[in-house]
Design a protein around this ligand. Structure first.
Ligand SMILES: [Zn+2]
Length: 174
């Protein structure tokens, strides 16, 4: 752990220790100090691509119609320290974890709110779909992917889902 506030008087840089970072933040806030506390962190990002169909029931525009997307998800993993190989983790480990989930749950699936009136027809015709408690937006899908990786033990910084080339949603928990 290293703390250096000599060169930049209004900045405290904390290396390695998240506990020290939290303590410094609390101290700064308690004493009302005019200092920024910066935690050094490594982040890597893996991109994966998949397709899904959905619709947004309460949308006032064309998103209320049945349609599909070919999307990119960018998964960022963070660590304060690198492992013995000088890495946050292996990109392949992220890929294996997220692709298994996406292949099983999301890719080429039809994602619907659980109250969507089309569900009985899909069920009657033995069509594949997934009913969600929330509306199947890019925001909700990025949260689902984030939470899967978190359950698998990854220290996820954020998940960004690009629904089109010009529109993306991001989920993080800090
Ligand atoms: Zn859409």
């Amino acid at each position: 752990m290293a703390i250096n506030s000599k060169l930049i008087p209004d900045l405290i840089i904390v290396d390695y220790s998240g506990a020290i970072y939290s303590t410094l933040l609390q101290l700064r806030n308690a004493l009302n100090l005019n200092k920024r506390v910066l935690l050094l962190m490594f982040t890597i990002t893996k991109e994966v691509y998949f397709c899904y169909g959905h619709r947004l029931m309460n949308h006032s525009g064309k998103c209320r119609n049945l349609h599909g997307h070919s999307v990119k998800a960018a998964i960022s993993i963070q660590q304060k320290q690198l492992n013995d190989q000088g890495m946050v983790c292996d990109f392949a480990d992220i890929r294996d974890c997220v692709e298994a989930y996406i292949d099983d749950q999301l890719d080429h699936n039809f994602l619907l709110h659980k109250d969507d009136p089309i569900i009985p027809m899909l069920t009657a015709n033995n069509e594949r779909f997934m009913a969600l408690d929330e509306h199947p937006t890019a925001e909700v899908l990025s949260k689902m992917i984030y939470q899967h990786l978190k359950r698998a033990g990854f220290d996820v910084a954020e998940v960004t889902l690009w629904e089109t080339a010009s529109a993306h949603a991001c989920y993080r928990e800090n």
